[in-house]
Design a protein around this ligand. Structure first.
Ligand SMILES: Nc1nc2c(ncn2[C@@H]2O[C@H](COP(=O)(O)OP(=O)(O)OP(=O)(O)O)[C@@H](O)[C@H]2O)c(=O)[nH]1
Ligand SMILES: [Mg+2]
Length: 208
């Protein structure tokens, strides 16, 4: 297992609290409750003592949270970058105010001169892309930000149906830097698959 050393850099509730862009960033985006914070905890090896707040109630993460990562690459170099855990969007139970706050924070984040390597767009494997995921895709395209699709909650789909679900979504035309990965919350093996995939992209970007 590739261990990722991490430290919390910043918690920003609004644009003025965002940290200075000092290193490449990988931003986790997706609907509320899709499992962004859970997956970040798994990537950091923190499934018991959590770093990112998790809740069964949508809307747990209200701020953009920045975690500085030092990860050993396969080329022997240590890669330093930030993981950014964003609040979720598009959950019906949340009011207009919350949505407006999300877009305001996202606007600040994406319009600053940040070094965003790519976005990890999380989609619940049980449902595939839902309302809001299309908007997010258009938004990322309009900002020219590459994205990697990662499915969450793969453990909630019967084993025998995994292939059929995967094929259905991929045939639906999802665009992703690498083939989408199916993750299972606290499962170390799926977190390891994602760690390796993310490092592969970061190393490739470093090579240019
Ligand atoms: N079974 C299962 N549960 C998961 C998985 N990922 C997340 N969960 C659960 O889903 C709920 C929401 O997880 P969070 O990680 O808080 O989701 P989030 O996307 O960060 O949500 P917001 O911060 O509200 O945007 C929690 O109850 C998690 O335990 C998964 O892969 N499998
Ligand atoms: Mg969260």
């Amino acid at each position: 297992m590739t261990c990722w050393r991490h430290e919390t850099v910043c918690t920003a509730f609004n644009g003025s609290q965002l940290p200075k862009p000092e290193m490449p960033e990988v931003v986790f985006l997706g609907r509320s409750n899709v499992g962004k914070s859970t997956l970040i905890n798994s990537l950091l090896g923190r499934t018991h003592k959590k770093v990112a707040y998790v809740s069964s109630k949508p809307g747990k993460t209200r701020s953009a949270n920045f975690y500085k990562i030092c990860a050993p690459g396969s080329d022997g170099d240590v890669k330093t970058f930030c993981l950014v855990d964003m609040p979720g969007y598009g959950y019906a139970a949340r009011g207009r105010d919350e949505k407006a706050k999300w877009w305001a924070l996202a606007n600040h984040y994406f319009s600053g001169s940040r070094n965003i390597s790519f976005a990890v767009h999380l989609i619940d494997f049980r449902h595939g892309p839902l309302a809001g995921d299309g908007d997010l895709t258009e938004w990322l395209d309009s900002h020219d930000i590459a994205r990697m699709i990662v499915f969450t909650k793969g453990d909630k789909v019967p084993r025998g149906r995994l292939k059929a679900y995967y094929e259905k979504y991929v045939r639906g035309g999802l665009v992703s830097i690498l083939p989408p990965i199916v993750t299972e919350g606290k499962n170390d093996a799926s977190a390891e698959g994602l760690r390796l995939a993310m490092l592969e992209i970061i190393q490739k970007l470093d090579a240019f």
